[in-house]
Design a protein around this ligand. Structure first.
Ligand SMILES: *Cc1c(COP(=O)(O)O)cnc(C)c1O
Length: 407
């Protein structure tokens, strides 16, 4: 028998990122044995506790309205550029922070569709996150467009072949998640980008489940538009604003439907008539959520320090270990793996299925093991590369084994 407890200790000891989990608040909380949901809500860093307190006293309290001129007006673009460089493979001037992912998806999808006015179809898939599906349903109703649905395999995801088969000269826009929120399937983004462009369509990627866990090269892959959350692997905090990427090539023509003063050229002129600001600023509508974007900077500090190659390597090692434990302990108890077994096609989480997982998840939470449950019968093991230890993976999967075996 492999001694997995010893293996977990050794993996943690030899982990190049072993010093990072201790930088997160709650990493020493004895009530939380294993936090396996950093892909839904990342932990705060200790630095964030200080940065937020300092922002309230020195920034907001000290600078008052002067803060807008000094820093806040540009902060969505300043942090956007840092996100672009650290985790998106995006050159400066293409990324901004603000709104929720849902709202940014709407703004970017509408803006993209306006660039293909003679086309009538949007390609999407049945396994995409609910908000993506609902929004595109709403847009198709609003504009009288047809939705062309891809039906991916539940444990897999949308292949480049699926996209080639779905697009045509009618396709205006393809909208997909880079990593599927349920299965964890990682798209072949460069091939899918090429498939969309070969048909003359545009590609909008949802990066919520990939940003901060897998390497992304938006500029190299020629992705047209992208959005993503900052409260998952980027640890921005509950409801932290999302980011939007508009490729430089589209910016001059791009327009979005929520015309607000903060996205206008020279907003403080308070002039008549909307004229979009130059560049990525035109994605902004109203006053940006400055308070909400303070914490993102601390995780960017860490990622800039270690680089995404190291983050992805840790992520793969964590999911591989989770799968190894699952194979030894959980498959004999009737559990199924509903994520890709090939690490090259897998993001930062692993989904396992069993009919009793709804009830078992509640008991796991009581014992301080915190994954999340996804209907109908899935447990998602979300492994956040900077904050999750191999010891937590061991504790989490052994708790699931014990719960399944005990009743
Ligand atoms: C988490 C997530 C969202 C959430 O969108 P919000 O507007 O922040 O609620 C959207 N899309 C995907 C793929 C997600 O994983």
């Amino acid at each position: 028998m492999t001694d997995f407890a010893t293996r977990a200790l050794e993996l943690d000891r030899s982990d190049p990122l072993r010093d990072y989990p201790a930088l997160f608040l709650g990493s020493d909380d004895p009530q939380v044995v294993a936090y396996l949901d950093g892909n839904s809500l990342g932990r705060p860093t200790r630095a964030t506790a200080r940065r937020l307190a300092d922002f309230v006293t020195a920034g907001w309290g000290g600078r008052l309205i002067r803060g807008w001129d000094e820093q806040w007006f540009d902060l969505p673009l300043t942090i956007g550029d840092r996100i672009g460089a650290a985790v998106l493979g995006a050159a400066a001037g293409q990324t901004t922070v603000g709104d929720s992912t849902t709202v940014l998806l709407y703004k970017l999808a509408r803006g993209a569709l306006a660039l293909r006015p003679d086309r009538t179809e949007i390609v999407l898939d049945r396994d995409n996150f609910p908000t993506d599906r609902y929004l595109l349903e709403s847009i198709s109703t609003e504009l009288g467009l047809t939705l062309r649905w891809i039906e991916p395999d539940a444990a897999g995801g949308v292949s480049a072949r699926d996209v080639v088969d779905a697009v045509s000269e009618r396709t205006a826009l393809v909208v997909l998640s880079h990593v599927a929120y349920r299965s964890g399937y990682l798209l072949d983004a460069p091939a899918i980008s090429a498939a969309a462009h070969d048909a003359g369509a545009l590609l909008l990627l949802d990066l919520c489940h990939s940003v901060g866990s897998v390497e992304i090269e938006l500029d190299t892959w020629a992705v047209d538009f992208a959005v993503g959350c900052t409260y998952k692997y980027l640890n921005g905090g509950p409801g932290a604003p999302a980011f939007a990427y508009v490729a430089a090539a589209h910016q001059a023509e791009f327009g979005q439907p929520i015309w607000g003063w903060m996205g206008r050229e020279n907003p403080f002129e308070m002039a008549q008539g909307y004229v979009p600001a130059a560049g990525i600023r035109r994605v902004i509508s109203g006053t940006p959520a400055i308070v909400g974007m303070i914490p993102i900077q601390d995780t960017l500090d860490l990622i800039e320090e270690v680089g995404m190659t190291a983050v992805r390597a840790k992520s793969v090692a964590l999911t591989e270990f989770a799968l190894e434990l699952t194979r030894s302990w959980l498959l004999p108890l009737g559990v199924q793996v509903s994520s890709p077994l090939d690490a090259a096609r897998r993001g930062g989480h692993v989904t396992i299925d069993h009919p009793r997982f709804r009830e078992i998840t509640a008991r796991l939470w009581q014992r301080g093991v915190i994954p999340d449950f996804r209907p109908p019968q899935g447990i998602r093991l979300g492994l956040s590369p900077l904050s999750t230890t191999f010891g937590e993976v061991f504790a989490g999967v052994s708790a699931i084994r014990d719960e399944l075996a005990a009743h």
